[in-house]
Design a protein around this ligand. Sequence first.
Ligand SMILES: Cc1ncc(COP(=O)(O)OP(=O)(O)O)c(N)n1
Ligand SMILES: Cc1ncsc1CCOP(=O)(O)O
Ligand SMILES: [Mg+2]
Length: 522
Amino acid sequence: MNSLGGIRSWPANWRSTTALMTTTESVRKVPQVLTVAGSDSGAGAGIQADLKVCAARGVYCASVITAVTAQNTRGVQSVHLLPPEFVSEQLKSVLSDFEFDVVKTGMLPSTEIVEVLLQNLSDFPVRALVVDPVMVSTSGHVLAGSSILSIFRERLLPIADIITPNVKEASALLGGFRIETVADMRSAAKSLHEMGPRFVLVKGGDLPDSSDSVDVYFDGKEFHELRSPRVATRNTHGTGCTLASCIAAELAKGSSMLSAVKVAKRFVDNALDYSKDIAIGSGMQGPFDHFFGLKKDPQSSRCSIFNPDDLFLYAVTDSRMNRKWNRSIVDAVKAAIEGGATIIQLREKEAETREFLEEAKACVDICRSHRVCLLINDRIDIALACNADGVHVGQSDMPVDLVRSLLGPDKIIGVSCKTPEQAHQAWKDGADYIGSGGVFPTNTKANNRTIGLDGLKEVCEASKLPVVAIGGIGISNAESVMQIDAPNLKGVAVVSALFDQDCVLTQAKKLHKTLKESKREI
Ligand SMILES: Cc1ncc(COP(=O)(O)OP(=O)(O)O)c(N)n1
Ligand SMILES: Cc1ncsc1CCOP(=O)(O)O
Ligand SMILES: [Mg+2]
């Protein structure tokens, strides 16, 4: 892990994919996760859940199986452990071949299997390790006995980047410490952090008497309570595996730890909500559907869960330019999306409220049908009224913590930041991303201080959130922006480069191509 809570850079001795290709071949590195876990024949949890969530999040996932369970929605009928030597064979096979960004562990049912995992991780270093210390199934079946606790505490936890115990697992790891309140969860997270993992997420789904599901995240200095309304459903089998795998998938794509955890929690909440009425199996604990994002009625809800990669080509509209070129906001947005824009912001400073609302509603429909998120600049009222996917606010707009409380946990909130201090505050207040600039001088926003590439880099380095650069950016200088060495810089936001142009579609295509090429070169 780097200091921002992102994942480590590749070790110096790491094999490079390009070294295996001829010089003329172009390669695209796909984010890759390895799950080391048990098989669930009912496919709600374990390896099967891990594979599904990674696929749903656009990440390749390989699997090393530690045990095979005979399991369905009624419970676990039988468990068959694989011989440690064979687990080791599987580990060697994939670790010597693939370039995993993240290894995620689930069911590790014996000390010997943990030993072979540790040996292989020492032989083949990986960038990040997510440990879900699975001990008991949702139905109450013991999947890893107490004999495992000491090797977990002494050797696995110290090398983990994050551990994700539920309250029972946290209690077992802490020798029976009672966890009955959120305050107890905080104490548990702190004590677990002292065992060595860089981050701890104690999941409070099993905590009694709470209408919210509260998870406690601790980074060694600060706590975050991540809350979401409890979904009334019996289809909860596999939530733990799904959460941990989703964290691994987001880390593999380059997210910071806190962003990965937030996305994963939202992913689980949305999957539970989407699947609350489905009936699979006759038992008490049904699985849920990881691919809800593919099936949702595009008109019914938001575009999807926020993905930091959506910041890649961020098109920000401008009423003055639309008027100058005699096009409606709707036409401007359509052309930008067709040209490759990955997220849209309506920044209409002069529009009348009624007219703006009608246009915003039409843009929401277009964006939903293309699965592109739509944010509103400044106007929380318009965002609420048109059910946009979120808002972008600046330092003199409504404060982010208030925006979050008005919009709820699911909406995307972006904040403009020029300094590391502002970036830190944005993260504390619950923003999802930072817009940083003006990077270069611009005529689009008057009296806006330019921070340059150095200022942008400083903000990126201090930010635990993904960043999009803005201000004076276009085809001629986009490459120089993308090439500052900052893994959390996800893209560029542009106004005039798209909209103060004769053909929005052509310019969007050109800029998209430039960005893709500069990304390939990093
Ligand atoms: C992506 C993105 N980044 C920064 C801004 C600027 O927002 P703000 O500072 O509130 O200024 P105005 O856009 O409201 O003039 C932005 N809009 N988008
Ligand atoms: C809204 C905003 N915030 C900082 S610079 C800027 C304007 C960006 O416009 P352009 O891409 O035309 O320079
Ligand atoms: Mg503003």
